[in-house]
Design a protein around this ligand. Sequence first.
Ligand code: GDP
Length: 298
Amino acid sequence: KQSWMSRLKAGLSKTSANLSVLFVGARIDDELYDELEAALLMSDAGIDATEYLLEALKRKVKDDKLLDAAAVKVALKSLMIDLLRPLEKPFVLGRHQPTVMMISGVNGAGKTTTIGKLAKHMQAHGQSVLLAAGDTFRAAAREQLMIWGQRNNVTVISQESGDPAAVSYDAVQSGKAKGTNVVMIDTAGRLPTQLHLMNELQKIKRVIGKGMDEAPHETLLVIDGNTGQNALTQVKAFDDALQLTGLIITKLDGTAKGGVLAAIARVRPVPVYFIGIGEQIEDLQPFDAEEFVEALLG
Ligand code: GDP
C-alpha cells in the first residue's frame, strides 16, 4: 500500500511537475520568474499569493546573493512553508462534554465521507461519537449517514423531513444526556433555494448554542481541493456567515493543484485541521506545512 505522502505527491504531481522541473538547470533570469509565475497561477495559488511569493523570492535571491537555480528552489520552499505554517493547527478536543462540531460544505465536497473518517479517528482515540443528520433536505444524505452509522456502530440522530436546527438541538441534548464525547452535526450543502443556505446554517448554529454554552465548539468547512479558486470563494462565504474554526481539504490525492492553500493562507487564513487523501476511512491526515510543501515542490 502506498504511503499517504506518496499519494499526496501523486495528487499534486501536475503542479509539482511544473514547479520543480522549472528549476532544473535553469538560469536565474526574468524567464525563470515568468515561468514560475505561470506555474504558481496554474497551481491555483491565485494572483495575490503568486505576487507575494515572487516578490519575496526575488528579494531573497538578491539579499542572499543566490546564484544557482537549486538554491532558488530551496528559497521558494522555505517561503512557501512560512506562508502555509499559520494554517497548521493540531486538532484537539477541548474540555467540553460533549464537544459539538458543526460541519458544513457544498454538496460533493466530501462532507459525508469526511464525517465518517473523523468519527473513526475520534473512536480510535477512545472518544464516543454521536452523529446528527442535519441535512434533512436530501433523503439520500440522511440515508447515507444512517447506513454508515449502522456499519460503524455510531448512533445517528435523524428525523424524516424534520427541521435541521431541531435535529441538531436534539443531538446536542442527547449527547449531553448520554455523556457522549463528540457530537458531529452534518448540514445541508445545497437547499432548494441556494440563497437561503447561509441563513439556514446560521440558524442551526444559533440553535446549537441554545442547547449548550459555547457550542458549536468547532465550526468546520469541508472543501474539495480540486475546485481551485472556487474553494477560496467558499472559505470566504462560509467564514463570513459562520466564523469558521477550521477547514478540511479533501481529494488532495486526485488531480489537485495544491496552490489553493497558498491563496487561503494569504486571503483567509482559517486553520486546516486535516487533509483528505483518498476515499478510504483512514485517508485523513493532519495538515503539516513542511510535508505539504515537500509533496508540492519535491
Ligand atoms: P458530500 O456530498 O459533500 O457529502 O460528498 P461525499 O462525502 O459523498 O463525497 C463525494 C465523493 O468524493 C465520493 O465519491 C467520495 O468517495 C469522494 N471523496 C471524498 N473525500 C475524498 C478524498 O479525500 N479523496 C478522494 N479521492 N475522494 C474523496
